[in-house]
Write a protein that binds this ligand. Sequence first.
Ligand code: PLP
Length: 393
Amino acid sequence: MKINQHYKTLETSYLFSQIRARREAYEAAHPCQKVLSLGIGDVTLPLAAPVAEAFAKAAAEMGQASSFRGYGPEQGYGFLQEKIQGYYKSLDVELPLEAIFVSDGAKSDLGNLLDLFDSDNTVLIPDPVYPVYRDTNQMAGRRILYAAATPENGFLPLPDPRQKADILYLCSPNNPTGAVYRREQLQQWVDYARAQGAVILFDAAYEAFIQDPALPHSIYQIPGARECAIEVCSLSKTAGFTGVRCGYTVVPSELIRDGLSLQAMWLRRQSTKFNGVSYPVQRAAEAVFTPEGMAACRQAVRQYQANALRMHQVLESLDIWHTGGINSPYLWMRCPGGQSSWEFFQFLLERAQVVGTPGSGFGQNGEGFFRLTAFGSPEDTAEAMERIRQALA
Ligand code: PLP
C-alpha cells in the first residue's frame, strides 16, 4: 500500500512542541525558578457566567427523556445560526441562514475546506502566518506561493498581479503579527481574487479584538467579497472556547466556481464527513451572542487588551520596534541586538525566565522577530514584562 507521500515534506516537530521541550529542559535544570509564558495563544479566563450557565443547563436537558436530543441539523441549530446572523447584521452584513455553517472551531474548517479544491491548485499564503495554512496544503501536495509580510509593508502584504493563485489565505487581525487590514487594502485583495477567479479563505478568528471602528471585522464588509470569499470564524478567543470548541464558517451562495456552488459542495461535504457540534456547546455559543453574554465576553477581551497595552508600553519604553497589540492579542517585536528568533527565545528564557514564540516558526520572514501574547493573567503579564524590561535595560 502507498501512504500519502506529502506527509514526508512536513516539518516533523511542531513549533509549540519545540518550545515546550526547551522550557521543560530549562525547568528541569532550574527547579526553583518560576517560568512565565507569553507564548502559546491559549486563553486563561474561564467561560463567562451566562455562557457557563447555558452550557450546564443544556447538558442537564440531555439527561432528561423529555428534552434529550440526538443528531442535530448538519449546519447547526437554527437558534445559533440566527444569533450569528444577528451578529453579522450588527456589522452591516446581511447573510441568509443557509450561508452559515456552525463548526467545531476554525482550525478544522480551515483544513476541511480544502476538500472543495483540486490538489492541482496553487495557493498563496502570507509569510509569516499561522502554520496551519501551509501544512494543510502541503499535506495535499499543492503548490504554495508566499506573499512577503515585512516591516516595510506593515506586515500586511498586498496582491501582486504577477502572482497567479487559486486559493488565497488572509488572516486579519493576523496571527502572529497582530497587523489588521484596512478596508481599502482588503478591497485590493477582493478585486485581485475576482480578477483571477480565485477564492479567499478569510480567517477572522481574532476579529473581537478590533478596537478601531474604521477597521473591518468581516471580509463581507468589502464590496464584491461574496463572490470570492469564504470566512472562517471562531469563538475560541472571542469567548474562551478553546476547550469547548465552536466556531462558524460562512460560504455565500454567490460563490460559484467551475459551474458549482461552493455552498452546496460544503453542505454536501459536511453532511458526509461531519455530524455537527454537540447541543450543549451550541447552547453555550448561543449565550455568547445574548446581550449579557456579549457584555461578559467583551469584558474578558478588554482584560487581554489591557495586558497588550501594558506590553506595548514596556516595549515602547525600551525603544524596541514592534507592531500589533492594539487591535489584536499579539505583539510582534524585532529581536533586540540583531538576535535570531531562537537566540532571543533562549536569551529571554535564561535571563528573564519568560517564554515567547520565535517568529521564525511562522515563516522565513518571521526570522529576527518574536511574538508575545496578551492572554495571560494581568499579574503574570505585568511580572513577565518587568522581567523583560530588566533583562533588556
Ligand atoms: N486561526 C488562527 C489565525 C489561529 O491563531 C487559531 C488558533 O490559535 C485558529 C484559527 C484556531 O481556532 P480554533 O480554536 O477555533 O480552532
